[in-house]
Design a protein around this ligand. Sequence first.
Ligand code: ADP
Ligand code: ASP
Ligand code: MG
Length: 813
Amino acid sequence: MRVLKFGGTSVGSPDNIQKVIAVVDQCAKEEQVAVVVSAIGGITNQLILVGNLAAQKDSSYITVFQRIKDVHLSFTKELTENNPETLQKVTRHMNDLEALLQGIFLIHELSPKTIDKLTAFGELTSSIIITAAFNHQKVEAHLKDTRELILTDSTHTKAMVQYEQTNDAITTHFKQSDAKITVLPGFIARSGTGETSTLGRGGSDFTAAIIAAALDADVLEIWTDVSGMYSANPKIVKQAQPIAHISYHEAMELSHFGAKVLYPPTIAPVMQKDIPLYIKNTLDPEALGTCISKDGNGKNTPIKGISHIGDIALLTLEGTGMIGISGISKRFFETLSSLDISVIMITQASSEHSICIGITQEDAQKAKKAIDTTFAYEIALHKIDPVYIEKELAIIALVGEKMKSHQGISGKMFSTLGKNNVNIRAIAQGASEKNISAVIASKDVKKALNSLHERFFEDQRKQLNLFVMGVGNVGGKLLAQIQQQQEYLSENLNLHLRVIGLSNSRTMCFKEDGIDLTQWQSTLADGKKADVVRFRESVINLNIRNSVFVDVTANENVAMSYAEYLRNSIAVVACNKIASASAMQNYSLLKRLSRKYNAPYLFETNVGAGLPIIDTLQNLIASGDRITKIQAVLSGSLNFVFNNFTSGSSFHDVVQQAKEEGYTEPDPRIDLSGVDVARKILILARESGLTLELEDIINTPFLTEKNLNSTDVPHFFDTLKEDAPHFETLVSTASAKGERLKYVAQLENNKASVGLQSVGSESPFYQLEGKDNIVLFYTQRYPDQPLIVKGAGAGADVTASGLFSDIIRLRQY
Ligand code: ADP
Ligand code: ASP
Ligand code: MG
């Protein structure tokens, strides 16, 4: 004997019901089958809705009722080709339903007992239609009303099964019946007083398990809309995978903690009889699904799955009067139990100073009222505080039987959540160590599940979610590089890069599943109006794990927004150097926030574009070395300018060319005044451990007063023309000595300076070509021969690739 149960989606359309018939027909060729069916998908919710409307005297219930009736009649027509007998039966049920709703409307009341009568129509009608559909396909099937088999108490909407009578009734019926296929409505049962009762929402799974256990079935199969029990809810975690084997205990724990694919009470009856339970997909019958059995027969993986329960409230009872007094917990829990409130999670501080429990949000007020009454005396004496409620919470749970023999799982769990700025409100670990659960804010659930899944299941595969602001020259190149390398990164580094948000100065756009980088331009053009603050708010509100803000602008407002990103554990990668070169106080704040919130702040491209200058410096310091001197040519643009500026040529034209080729900042004065280089040496000085401000950098300008006082960029270019003789003198004086002009930055004895120098052929700077940069690090370990980093130090391609390396570096965090 085999018991198969088909859920709401499986019987949710005439097409799907045909699939059900095919699966059952195949099975029935080998052995006898009991087929438990749910209501048509969504109908139970509709029935509850229509009942509530009627009870509230809202006459729109009639429209909802009509919809319910239409669905059932159209299914019947399609599946039985208007079989009159079936149509009559279904119509009769719909008439009864209508009469019941009229009654509810008139008496203005909906008791649990009436809810059961009402919701029962879902399964009662679906089972009639499905049986008729089988017979219409010439697959002979019999219908048996489960209310004649399953006996319960009178706890309506979630009745308790009376197993002795139930098992007798089931075995007796199947002994007498020789039907190859018996269709049974799930969910519904009968109370001792003969009323219709139900087994709780999702209870059709349980019906099937009760029947399987009573009949000592060979197997129980739960057919649903997913290919098994997954490592996490596949609707929330895209990377989740079906679990091939899992033990009864693990499956029970997962379903208890919210894996809706299985109604929690389902496992107990089959576990007692050691009947294997399979979860299969009606929409993909070939998929292997999940086998739930005694030992789980699985690999030695400590964690099998992650689940969550939403709409949780935490109740805390606290007070000095609780210490050392016995019986407080007893009174506390007795109060809850008297109200039938189920406690999902308990955490008690070892100080005995507080009790903290997780219950459904729905029960919270009721529970508080009752507990405050129970402890009214102690509260009046200020020995205990009134119950404190926190809402909008969820419980997430890591489940696995082998967890107890593995160390460090909770550490991994909490560090993963911490890194993603998920605040943990309470923690509990079952004594059996089959699960570790934590209470977090509802808004963090998706992020928490995805980051835990990544940590425990995805073979160290990491996904970084990027929000890129600034898609000009460098930003555009960065997006092209990301697109080009996506496959390589995924295959070789197990790294998946997704761009979720983009902004330029005009528009911004977000796509939670990732922006298609082959057409980001049009997606962005169709976006909303750009706004730095709103962009940041959206990034924070999206609340996605491993979020990275990439600043490819040169904008001060954007630079000033990093702190808020870091505070929300969002990493910042910037080629914009304004923040790192801002007031020391702000620089230190960003560093501090980065450490505190575990959110890297990377800005390698601030100095020398893609060259590993800051990285080298940080490695030297981290390994215990000490910087004694830095000498550097740090401006690709100035190097380009002075390499191309020879005696007799026009300084103005060379600067113009540098600007056109993208080697200077949009405002070339920032380069030529030395401010840009001063910022760079300032950043290197700070990374070397010095406390310096931009004003502390000695900057001897080579520009004239007139150049420096120019009002805007075009005016600046005019003054370059006007002061041509000044520049001619500079270059001809140098070349007369056989020297070259280089713009040099220097750091020594805690002092930094920048300025134009005339260097002879003995200088390492003399041969520096094009737009190259060079940095000479003199340290305790490199006292005479410096450690040199040299190469192209400007240009969109190398800057983009520097940003790219910073982003890739984040995979280690
Ligand atoms: P049915 O109507 O067939 O009983 P349910 O909706 O009750 O189906 O259960 C299936 C749903 O359970 C899936 O569509 C999925 O969204 C949800 N679910 C939650 N957690 C898990 C999990 N760990 N594995 C599989 N499905 C899960
Ligand atoms: N139809 C019921 C519900 O939606 C029972 C079930 O489908 O398992 O809760
Ligand atoms: Mg279900």
